[in-house]
Design a protein around this ligand. Structure first.
Ligand SMILES: Nc1nc2c(c(=O)[nH]1)N[C@H]1C(S)=C(S)[C@@H](COP(=O)(O)O)O[C@H]1N2
Ligand SMILES: [Mo]
Length: 188
């Protein structure tokens, strides 16, 4: 009885401390290395605001943000996967591009905005309309694998925006909108 009471008291204090300790930088992130960060009009942030030391690539590309949700590869793999078989004139062959839908990533971040910038590590960042992404929800896939192989950094990875031609109005005929080396999705 005395031991039980003691254990309860200890548990009580552990809970109080846990509730009042703010998450550290590491704890507040996804468990694994972040591959894609949704920034801007994000209602479900899971990491701190832009930091000029920690967020070195964002800084180089002149991107700052207050709210952001980070996604690691495991999280992206755990979301419903869609495969698009795509081929464009300049591609050597058709590819099966597999990953979560862009709209599901935006919804998971509780993103609420009209424009969505999809940004590669080289700064290439075409803009899309949120309404187009929602209307053609199954045709905007943030691919993390091609023909079953995970996309690599230095190649087209960590993520490659896959869109079949004719998916939305005013789409270019070529693959100019298919951003590779995607690391950031900025919602405004
Ligand atoms: N990150 C990134 N993605 C990009 C580009 C780029 O410069 N950087 N170029 C776009 C353009 S204009 C085209 S035509 C296609 C094809 O590019 P590739 O020649 O590198 O295959 O990728 C698109 N995705
Ligand atoms: Mo291009």
């Amino acid at each position: 009885m005395r031991h039980g009471l003691y254990a309860l008291t200890v548990l009580f204090w552990i809970m109080i401390v846990a509730v009042h300790t703010p998450p550290s930088y590491a704890d507040s992130h996804a468990a694994g290395a972040t591959v894609v960060t949704v920034t801007g009009a994000v209602g479900a942030p899971n990491r701190p605001a832009f930091d000029p030391f920690d967020d070195a690539l964002f800084k180089v590309l002149d991107v700052t943000f207050k709210n952001a949700r980070a996604f690691d590869r495991t999280t992206l793999e755990s979301m419903p996967q869609v495969t698009l078989s795509l081929t464009y004139p300049n591609w050597p062959k058709s590819l099966d591009l597999r990953g979560p839908r862009l709209i599901d990533i935006l919804d998971a971040a509780d993103a609420d905005g009209e424009t969505v910038l999809v940004r590669g590590v080289d700064g290439y960042a075409p803009e899309f309309k949120m309404s187009d992404i929602r209307n053609a929800a199954d045709q905007f896939v943030l691919a993390i694998a091609a023909d079953g192989q995970p996309l690599s950094i230095g190649g087209r990875g960590p993520a490659w925006l896959a869109i079949p031609s004719g998916a939305y109005p005013e789409q270019s005929d070529d693959d100019a909108a298919l951003v590779w080396a995607v690391f950031n999705i900025d919602v405004q």
